[in-house]
Unconditional design. Sequence first.
Length: 371
Amino acid sequence: MYVNGIDITNLRGLKNIVKIDSLLFLENLPKLPNLLDLSNLHTKLGRLVIIYCKNLKSFKGLENITINGDGFTLVQLDIDTIDISIHIENSRSISISGCSKLVDMNALIIDTVRRISLTDNQELQNLDVFNNVKNAELIYITNCDKLTRIPDFKQLNDLVIFTVESCDNLVDFSSLSQRDIKLTAINLRNNKQLKSLSGLNFRIRQTLGTKIAITNNPLLNDISYLKTEENMDFDSLIIQGNPNLSICNNDWLCKYISIAKPSKLRIADNSGDCLNLDAVKEKCKATSIEDQFLNVGKRAILCFPNPATDQIFFYSEWGGAHFKIYNTQGQLVSSGISNKRSIQVNSLKSDIYFIVAVKNGQSHYQKLVKE
């Protein structure tokens, strides 16, 4: 059933209808104040669509419908809440967009849905209605300015796409259940307050269409919670425009950039060791060498200054120790015995080095930056 008309003010002509086989589509009814004339409906719909009904303030009249089929769609309504229980048993999609006053939708009863799309609902604050949803594969949450937390999604183990974009009050993902969720593609863009991926225990899996895009999140400083399967290959990987993100040397990322085709990889306009692709490669290389030194001895502060330009001095407790200096390729570049005199390093090129000192049979190491 399709109803459209800018001058329609009521649905009295439908008052005696008790069953609709598949579709109820209400579109462009700006003068319609309510749905009470549909109160006799006791039916299972394949799809419910309500679009451009700006004067509609309540869903009362639809208490006795169940949705099982194509979906539930609301577009550009001035409602602030979904005020009745609508049972969505098994649906291909839930799409709510342009409902700028909508605060919550907790009256919905949702069992199974494949696609969740919530866009341009600036006042939307509570998504707990999705905590126990089953079988969702695609989740899009965009332009929800007041949203501070993501649903728990307790029943989800596999996702295809997870997108969170322009949700300006979202700080992290700590509301998610602490368990691995397999995922094919993730897009995190333009989230002004997002600082960490804490709680986002997603494991990116190898399949057609594997993508990561983490872009333009000005406060983001931690992506360590993101994990991948072994020996991943991506259709694309983008980490760009996150000015507070200074660490990118996750094990999986270091492994990937060593084999990735340039056309599939873009790391740029971040900061520190994640500034660009060259900076990440250098940090990954240094980290790989440092991991080898963990087997040699304990990390310690052996000498100063650090960074160094021309010379270094060993602290007194390391006087008389045998030392060796290695570059990031693991090559020995200098060695000797520490004493009160300075150790000249001016011949070393600007790079990262590792100093290993042995005293009384104990080995320790320190990372040294030569400027």
